[in-house]
Design a binder for this molecule. Structure first.
Ligand code: GLC
Ligand code: GLC
Length: 827
């Protein structure tokens, strides 16, 4: 509960109770190909598949407010002495409402505004497998007087290619075209030439008028808050010729007290089959064949069609999230697990890092490392799609073992502008692939033919490479590419994109990440060494599972070699160093004046198995607690950099306490949580988890500012005057890793090759918890009780009432419900 809203856990909604949230709070509409960004006041835009190449409605970058432009309804109430214009979502007019509520749901946002007895609800969603966004609208007279007036809809169209749309005005302001037939507005710019698609914006009900020119509807000197037509009262019937085409409808309102009326607007991306053109008419002089669009509208004009589509959406999400449902003694953990964390993981599957209020949709495609890590959070919900994703990602690896750092989702090709040589990238592929095989049991993926980006698959000279070859090459690359301390070379950067030990950039117009020559550099990364240990450990277990003991032994030898290098070269006395720079000087060491201790190498050294037998793991985590932890999460390093260090790159370019310069980068906090779980310390792991958990931020929401229902990438660290303020919510690797922390680390429900392993590490005050986990077709009902109030240690496991040995529950031969009862403690 906060001043701005609360969770409604039963309906899986976050209920926002006032529109002036500290920042616009976002939700996503869509789950397959058609997506919308939708804020709590209806702001945002839509696109089909690719936010850059098929942008349907417009966004102006770095807008103030951040979410200006959207799916707006304007009410013009003409029943009083003076007409009053307002929006049910408050923006853009910001006319004071008598009540406002926004329900952020799974794949939908429902906004209800009431003023002077008229209540308007606008529920926006995209039905599964459709390219249509629906606004389901209910107008209800809840007062005691007759209400008359007008309702206007509004969207602004984008010319599909978003970069061109935003910047190439000498062209774009001349090309806009529309065609209007009844309530159907078709945005047909470029249809005549190279496109076979258009955007439909239509009302399922009769309309009294329309507009398609922004100038006519809004004005030239006016903003959306003072749009002309709602103020003047009647649509003008404008047909856009160039400039900025929009879609707006005028609907007559006339409601007696107690009366209500339902209608809908549909906004669709439509590919029009041949013939593209029909005989032009006076009303439709462009002659665009709109039959496919008309079919969409006619479908949603049928009674019940909108409700049926919404019911399908509800089923879609219930099914996805049904893969993992639980109940724990902590309400934050329970609701994040059951609903919001899994939902956010699906957003990262669908959108990677492309489009949010912090990602413009015209920049980054899919990151190699990002996409591999995201998979850890969604593989249990959509294993088949995860399989294809893995093969797509792997195919952007090059035959030398390095990877394209980013690739484009539409073409699935590596992005040559950004290139490669980030020497952690390839290792994440091992973690994602083994996670997939453990989840599904499908080891056949390892033998799938999978080309390297620079080698055609069908090269007669050599046998087709497989996914397993990619994994082997990834390990081999890191083992071979090592520096003077026997530690892996870093390249342009490792996971920390801003630790650029080879850039030495003095030129403001170049990218820190791409500057500098990595060839011949000897800068090394301790984090990559730890990540390698983690990946090699996974490979060894995979080979053991496959019965390939020789290969397991070979991988183990590489592991031991790297572990020896890490322990002998990277232990700083109280923690692991972070790197060695291009001059061979340590980074993240007591010898440094700034940046003396870093988080990532502590997390990955321990997760990789370093420090377990010599006490260093515990010591390193104690140092994290001592130097890096705060009430708002663990900062990335200390002391923060106060000046630019040429030899360290972008990390020292941020103000102290922000982003990679001693900000709280929530993503890497998860590695520390998991490291504590490895050491059996459930109290510490869970306390840390809560420090970055958005649901737990409601009590300090005016400081935190972002959505309390999804994780943010960063929270400002203690060196920042805005300590505790979050930035960049939604599209962050935090989603996947926190789901791993909660579900596998703390609740201990771990997919393994031989079944589902139950290995909890919970807070000692917990009495127990329950989980229902879908796994390889069967459903496991798991109850865990903790009578002795321990963190770890399984005393007894019963499967369907029978006591069994060990903690791994085999998968039944044919799918069924399995009842698992676990008691923790020493007995
Ligand atoms: C961003 C990037 C990710 C990187 C991280 C740390 O989240 O998407 O690839 O690892 O920043 O720099
Ligand atoms: C910037 C960001 C970093 C992100 C990178 C991605 O450097 O600070 O967090 O990983 O861009 O390109």
């Amino acid at each position: 509960m906060s001043a701005y809203g609360h969770f409604d856990d039963a309906s899986r909604e976050y209920v926002i109770t006032r529109p002036d949230t500290p920042l616009p709070w976002l939700n996503y509409l869509g789950q397959d190909d058609f997506f919308g960004l939708c804020t709590n006041t209806g702001g945002g835009y839509t696109f089909w598949r690719d936010a850059k190449l098929r942008r349907l409605t417009r966004y102006r970058y770095n807008n103030v407010p951040l979410d200006l432009g959207g799916r707006y309804l304007y009410v013009r109430d003409e029943s009083g002495a003076e007409p009053v214009v307002w929006n049910p979502g408050w923006k853009p007019t910001k006319t004071a409402l008598d009540s406002y509520e926004c329900r952020v749901g799974l794949g939908y946002t429902s906004i209800t505004g009431r003023k002077d007895g008229l209540q308007v609800t606008q529920r926006m969603f995209v039905p599964p497998e459709e390219n249509t966004e629906i606004w389901q609208v209910r107008l209800a007279n809840v007062g005691d007087r007759r209400i008359t007036g007008r309702l206007f809809s509004f969207v602004e169209f984008a010319f599909y290619e978003a970069q061109n749309d935003a910047t190439n005005l000498q062209r774009t302001l001349s090309i806009g075209e529309v065609q209007v037939q009844g309530s159907a507005i078709y945005h047909v710019t470029e249809f005549r030439e190279r496109r076979d698609h258009y955007t439909l914006f239509a009302c399922t009900d009769e309309v009294a008028g329309f507009d398609t020119s922004r100038e006519a509807f809004v004005g030239v000197h006016e903003g959306l808050h003072e749009a002309r037509v709602p103020s003047a009262g009647r649509a003008t019937g404008s047909i856009a010729r160039g400039w900025n085409p929009i879609g707006a409808h005028e609907v007559v309102i006339d409601l007696q007290p107690g009366e209500q009326r339902d209608l809908a607007f549909v906004l669709a991306y439509v590919e029009q089959p041949e013939p593209k053109f029909v005989e032009p008419t006076a009303a439709a002089p462009l002659g665009v064949n709109t039959s496919a669009g008309r079919a969409v509208l006619e479908h949603y004009q049928q009674p019940g069609a909108v409700d049926e589509a919404f019911a399908r959406l509800r089923r879609y999400w219930a099914d996805r999230l049904g893969a993992f449902q639980g109940s724990t003694p902590n309400e934050h953990a329970t609701r994040m697990l059951n609903t919001w964390n899994q939902y956010q993981c699906m957003a990262t599957f669908n959108l990677s890092r492309s489009a949010s209020l912090f990602e413009t949709g015209i920049g980054r495609g899919m990151g190699f490392r990002d996409s591999n890590q995201d998979l850890l959070g969604f593989v249990h919900m959509i294993p088949e799609r995860a399989r294809q994703r893995l093969l797509d990602i792997a195919a952007t690896q090059l035959s030398d073992g390095t990877c394209y750092h980013q690739y484009q989702p539409l073409t699935k090709k590596g992005n040559a502008d950004v290139g490669g040589d980030f020497y952690d990238d390839h290792l994440w592929l091992v973690l994602s692939t083994t996670a997939y095989v453990k989840e599904t049991g499908d080891a056949s993926i390892l033998d799938e033919p999978c080309a390297y980006a620079d080698v055609p698959l069908a090269d007669a000279e050599r046998p087709a490479s497989t996914l397993l070859d990619h994994l082997e090459l990834s390990l081999a690359y890191t083992l071979a590419k090592r520096g003077p301390h026997g530690l892996p070379l870093i390249g342009h950067a490792d996971w920390n994109d801003c630790l650029n030990l080879n850039c030495f950039s003095t030129e403001p117009n170049e990218s820190f990440q791409l500057a500098g020559d990595v060839e011949g550099s000897t800068a090394e990364s301790v984090m990559i060494a730890g990540l390698f240990l983690g990946a090699a450990g996974e490979m060894e277990r995979l080979y053991d599972h496959l019965g390939r003991t020789e290969d397991a032994r070979r991988v183990r030898a590489g592991y031991d070699d790297m572990l020896a290098a890490l322990e002998s070269e990277a232990w700083d006395g109280e923690w692991y160093t972070r790197a060695f720079d291009a001059a061979g000087e340590p980074v993240g060491s007591h010898v440094n004046d700034e940046g003396r201790i870093y988080i990532e190498s502590q997390g990955w050294a321990v997760l990789g198995g370093a420090g377990l037998s010599n006490g260093r793991a515990r010591r390193a985590l104690d140092s994290v607690a001592e130097h890096l932890s705060t009430d708002n999460g663990i900062v990335l390093q200390q002391p923060a950099y106060t000046r630019y260090h040429l030899e360290l790159g972008e990390i020292t370019s941020y103000p102290p306490g922000v982003k990679e310069n001693a900000g709280i980068f929530c993503h890497n906090n998860s590695w520390i949580h998991l490291a504590h779980c490895m050491l059996g310390d459930g109290d510490q792991a869970f306390e840390y988890y809560l420090s970055v958990c958005p649901s737990a931020k409601q009590s300090q929401i005016d400081t935190y500012r972002l959505e309390p229902y999804v994780y943010a990438q960063t929270i400002d660290g203690k060196d920042s005057p805005t300590f505790g303020q979050a930035k960049n919510s939604w599209l962050t690797g935090t989603a996947a890793w926190t789901f791993v922390v909660l579900s596998q680390g703390i609740l201990g429900i771990k997919p393994s090759y031989d079944g589902l392993t139950i290995d909890p590490c919970i807070p000692t005050i917990w009495d127990g918890y329950e989980v229902t986990r879908r796994f390889r077709g069967s459903t496991f009902h798991i109850t865990v009780s903790n009578p002795e109030h321990v963190s770890t240690g399984v005393q007894r496991v019963r499967v369907d009432g029978e006591t069994v040995d060990g903690t791994t529950i085999p998968v039944p031969a044919s799918p069924r419900v399995v009842q698992v009862d676990v008691v923790l403690g020493a007995g």
